[in-house]
Ligand binder design. Structure first.
Ligand SMILES: O=C(O)CCC(=O)N[C@@H](CCC(=O)O)C(=O)O
Ligand SMILES: [Zn+2]
Length: 365
């Protein structure tokens, strides 16, 4: 039995679908109940509100995929938030029916309200237990949120349904393939507008099928990471063997100012994917994509760290071998190859954090 307030909330969600809006306006509504808030839509889809901004769906006819779509891990990266918000509205109001279990995560709710990347700590540097490290501010909202997101991912991949609503035909979850697309937009413009970071796989093979899928989403450029990180996609990849990616869909814009025509391919393809509809993706061909490997991860160690190129230089701009990329007290950082390109350059990061990635072209075997 829920309180009348929760019952009202459930009715409102099922009629208007505005989970994100309610999460941002009145997040305490989602945490008032001792038991999980779960209900069933008219098409048989089970809805589980895990926490503000975190909602899981299990369709009556469950497919063989467990899919996580996260957005707003950085609060000012609005286009993916708007895309996922619309999916959630359409699912709750039964305009679309899912073909697989899907968990939606809207990451940093307070940062969305402030239109900032984060409030106290960069959420996408706090996964794989980094939220509990002595080097971060333990009182930051983002530390508690990273822990909550880790638990939500674990619960979704391993124990998705509470006993209360577990249908008689529920099957063990090890028949499912796991996916996690962590959707972002970049601070700078990019020569290759849509690109994805493939987390370090510790020697496992990269999935060409996944690259083809992302190509169908309009993502034609891939960065193969060469080391462990504390990002959300690495967490799902490493801990849960999910096909996981950080996907950059364009450039940061304020809410309501995204040119949604630039997201048609990703919007349509992800929607087909979660609904279990047939996908039209070309077979893998190296020539259709640009694949880079990460060559240098340049961290900032001093407050006087500066970039030696302009603030509006686009991602994937290339340098000649030996060109100075950045410097700080005691160190100069230079390109090591002709054609080495910079990605995510940002001098305004906390000490110890990544200030530039450099990449060089590669191919998959
Ligand atoms: O444009 C930028 O500088 C940052 C865009 C962004 O948020 N990128 C992610 C990439 C995460 C990864 O490397 O997998 C981030 O920096 O967190
Ligand atoms: Zn981001």
């Amino acid at each position: 039995m829920y309180t009348s307030q929760t019952n009202q909330l459930i009715d409102q969600l099922a009629s208007e679908g505005q989970f994100l809006l309610l999460s941002r306006r009145s997040s305490e509504l989602f945490t008032a109940e001792k038991d999980p808030v779960e209900f069933t839509l008219s098409n048989g889809t089970l809805v589980h509100i895990v926490a503000p901004g975190i909602i899981a769906f299990t369709p009556e006819e469950k497919g063989n995929k467990a899919i996580i779509l996260s957005s707003g891990i950085h609060g000012n990266e609005t286009a993916p938030i708007e895309i996922c918000d619309q999916y959630v509205v359409d699912i709750l109001t039964c305009k679309i029916t899912l073909g697989h279990r899907v968990l939606f995560i809207f990451g940093n709710l307070p940062a969305m309200d402030k239109a900032t990347r984060f409030v106290d700590e960069n959420l996408n540097r706090l996964f794989s237990q980094a939220h509990s490290s002595a080097s971060v501010n333990q009182n930051a909202y983002e530390c508690a949120r990273a822990k909550e997101l880790e638990e939500a991912v674990e619960q979704f991949y391993n124990a998705p349904l509470s006993n209360k609503i577990q249908p008689a035909n529920a099957t063990p979850q090890d028949d499912e393939t796991r996916y996690h697309y962590d959707l972002h937009t970049a601070i700078r413009p990019s020569k290759n507008e849509k690109f994805a970071v493939y987390p370090y796989l510790h020697g496992e093979s990269h999935s060409k099928e996944q690259l083809s899928f992302l190509l169908a989403c309009g993502v034609d450029t891939f960065l193969l990471s060469g080391s462990s990180t504390t990002t959300f996609s690495y967490f799902s990849s490493r801990q849960f063997n999910a096909h996981a990616f950080t996907v950059e869909l364009g450039k940061v814009q304020p809410f309501g100012q995204n040119d949604m025509s630039r997201f048609t391919a990703v919007n349509t393809t992800l929607r087909q994917f979660i609904c279990g509809e047939p996908l039209i993706s070309k077979p893998y061909n190296n020539d259709d994509m640009l694949i880079y490997r990460v060559n240098q991860v340049i961290n900032k160690h001093s407050d006087d760290f500066v970039l030696d190129f302009s603030d509006d230089l686009p991602n994937f701009s290339t340098f000649e071998k030996g060109a100075l990329l950045a410097h700080e007290t005691g160190a100069e950082y230079r390109a090591q190859y002709d054609g080495e390109a910079v990605v995510f350059p940002n001098a305004n990061v906390a000490l110890g954090q990544r200030a530039i990635l450099t990449v060089v072209p590669t191919t998959l075997d």
